[in-house]
Design a protein around this ligand. Structure first.
Ligand code: AMP
Ligand code: GLY
Length: 446
């Protein structure tokens, strides 16, 4: 059936990464969307839509561009522009924006603030203490015991967290944060599988997307340092029934209510990072934007037109939005990263084979750290370079297709994990009984 477009929405997407490429791709598939623009974008995005070389973290520059283009909606992808107040500037210019205010972005930008809101809203999370010096850090570490969890209080692109059994290493990470003028949050260790749940919020209403799992460490079997995320898959066949509903009731809605009560309504994605521990479901962290690379997998399955949905959220009308529809297929995203990532990545190398990947059925490439050389060829330009995303009838098939694609990508020195979704495909993920059913223990205080 041919659908008559409901609205003609012109959208500007802010951000340079894979998440933004995935968002642009989905917006282009929405019959309601008439035009998509992006800033600053990357090589993959610029092949699809006009891009603009502005500083996406500059509120005035983004508001000016949105005004000049006369867009109906701005979608802010990454946390940095949100924390810098880009959404506020766009909203002040009278343009609907999907992305929280600077105040709302504190849920991600300050782990201490997030803990305060969680405590206020009764959200189950890890017990935590804030430490501002070595003495406080040592005392907090000894309160919780090993494994130690030490988090930089500020934004650190997913790399500010150290989880270790080595007390000296934990102390050293805390000290490096103090030396940089910051403080740390020290937490009890949460065991159990992790889940990323994205919840669309319009200041009042909440709509969950399909849960995904991310792979944070650089090497197979969750070894090596944390990264921004090396791959993802969705849906989660092994997740306890009712998990999403409970996270809405116990986590997302109370958080949205608390933010509204404080006069800082939350509009955008509340990304709930969860651990399904033996003592119940706990929030590991909040982010205030779509996850990367989970979005690459999640949006590959979303059949509901994305532009209409994000516009409804931006306008406070999620209660009127169409109910979400999902593909029955499973999606897997495997990230190809540069040599030396998550350290200083090697960049500037030609990337070959991408056309061949796109020729595979049900497989596509999402660019992240890419740009063009003088000859117009695609080169690497960041740590996480791209993701190969595949849809399959089940996780086994989706994995096979994604890795068939990854094998075709030629980039000198590049690295990828070979075990994205492997445990789940083998039925090896165990959720302990304590993590299913209700969320029994509320925010225990230290
Ligand atoms: P975050 O930046 O808070 O998401 O932390 C990054 C990663 O560190 C998470 O995805 C977890 O794998 C790990 N992590 C963070 N907090 C804890 C915790 N309390 N217990 C166990 N692992 C954690
Ligand atoms: N993949 C996790 C994140 O976006 O923070």
């Amino acid at each position: 059936m041919h659908k008559v477009p409901l609205e003609t929405v012109k959208v500007l997407v802010i951000g340079p990464g894979g998440r933004e490429h995935a968002i642009v791709r989905s917006l282009l598939a929405d019959p309601n969307v008439s035009e998509v623009h992006a800033a600053p974008g990357n090589a993959g995005i610029s092949k699809l839509v006009p891009t603009y070389g502005i500083n996406g973290n500059d509120p005035d520059a983004v508001a000016a561009l949105a005004t000049r283009l006369a867009v109906d909606l701005v979608v802010v992808g990454p946390e940095a522009p949100l924390a810098a107040g880009v959404s506020d500037a766009v909203r002040n210019a009278g343009i609907p924006v999907f992305g929280p205010s600077k105040a709302g972005a504190q849920l991600e930008a300050s782990k201490a603030f997030a803990k305060e809101i969680m405590a206020e809203a009764g959200v189950p999370t890890a017990m935590a203490m804030v430490a501002a010096n070595a003495e406080e850090a040592a005392s907090a570490l000894d309160t919780f015991g090993a494994p130690y969890v030490v988090k930089d209080d500020g934004l650190a692109a997913g790399k500010g967290v150290v989880v270790t059994r080595n007390r000296d290493e934990a102390l050293a990470h805390a000290q490096s944060c103090f030396d940089a003028g910051g403080s740390v949050v020290i937490e009890e260790f949460l065991d159990g599988p992790e889940v990323s749940l994205f919840v669309l919020c319009d200041g009042q209403n909440t709509v969950p997307l399909s849960p995904a799992q991310d792979f944070k460490r650089i090497f197979d079997n969750d070894e090596g340092p944390n990264t921004g995320g090396m791959g993802a898959y969705t849906p989660l066949e092994w997740a306890p029934e009712g998990l999403v509903q409970e996270v809405i009731e116990r986590v997302a809605q109370p958080t949205v209510n608390e933010m509204a009560r404080r006069g800082t309504p939350f509009v955008g994605v509340l990304f709930v990072g969860l651990a399904l521990t033996s003592r119940g479901t706990r929030v590991i962290e909040f982010n205030v934007r779509f996850g990367d690379p989970e979005t690459q997998a999640v949006l590959a399955r979303l059949k509901t037109p994305l532009g209409a949905l994000l516009l409804a959220a931006a306008k406070g009308e999620l209660d009127k939005a169409e109910e979400l529809r999902w593909s029955k297929e499973t999606a897997v995203a495997v990230v190809v990263a540069s040599e030396n990532y998550p350290g200083t990545p090697r960049t500037g190398d030609r990337i070959r084979g991408l056309k061949k990947v796109e020729e595979l059925e049900g497989v596509h490439v999402i660019h992240a750290g890419t740009s063009f050389d003088e000859e117009g060829k695609v080169i690497s330009a960041g740590g996480r370079v791209l993701a190969v995303v595949a849809l399959g009838s089940d996780l086994v098939e989706a994995r096979e297709k994604a890795y068939d694609g990854v094998e075709l990508v030629q980039l000198e020195g590049s690295q990828f994990r070979t075990d994205i979704g492997r445990k789940a495909a083998r039925g090896e993920i165990r959720v302990s009984a304590g993590a299913t059913g209700s969320l029994p223990i509320t925010n225990a205080k230290a």
